[in-house]
Design a protein around this ligand. Structure first.
Ligand code: FES
Ligand code: FES
Length: 172
């Protein structure tokens, strides 16, 4: 039995610890937002977060996540309110859509480390995520837009007494 936290909740699975995390997420836990592309850590379609870092779940054995925090595209927000999700919708980024959850998960790590990335930052951070439909220009624009939305949200949160109160309550 392997235990870990998935999108903030504890989960336990009885699966061979050598099984790639991607299969466990999709087949055992029913979270199909994370996609299988190459199975060789070459395309980024299977990107998820492990302890706040982007990993390729197709080559990560289940044993690697034992006792740790894993986040998938389903855990980014409950209501499409994450700035990246809003920006992706606003700019209509996907074409076929297959690569996009991996793109968004990689972009989320980029923004957590560099809140206002340059084009070069974006190109470097996203270079391992392949899009066969060539949506790269829209992805880049959407990451810039998400950075703006995140900044606006942070400013609004600072100014709102209600949100301050909620934050104080949450911190208790
Ligand atoms: S499916 Fe994992 S990197 Fe391609
Ligand atoms: S949108 Fe089709 S592969 Fe990226």
């Amino acid at each position: 039995m392997i235990s870990f936290h998935l999108n903030g909740k504890p989960v336990q699975v009885e699966v061979d610890p050598a099984t790639p995390l991607l299969w466990v997420l999709r087949e055992s836990l029913g979270l199909t937002g994370t996609k299988y592309g190459c199975g060789m850590a070459l395309c980024g379609a299977c990107t998820v977060h492990l302890e706040g870092e982007a990993i390729r779940s197709c080559v990560a054995p289940l044993s690697r996540v034992e006792g740790k925090q894993v986040k998938t595209i389903e855990g980014l927000s409950d209501d499409l309110s994450h700035p990246l999700q809003k920006a992706w919708i606003e700019l209509d980024v996907p074409q076929c859509g297959y690569c996009q959850s991996g793109q968004i998960m990689s972009a989320a790590i980029l923004l957590s480390k560099i809140p206002k990335p340059t084009d070069t930052d974006i190109d470097e951070a996203m270079s391992g995520n392949i899009c066969r439909c060539g949506t790269y220009p829209r992805i880049r624009r959407a990451i810039h837009r998400a950075a703006e939305l995140a900044k606006d949200k942070a400013a609004a949160d600072r100014e709102s007494p209600v949100n301050e109160y909620s934050a104080a309550e949450a911190g208790r």
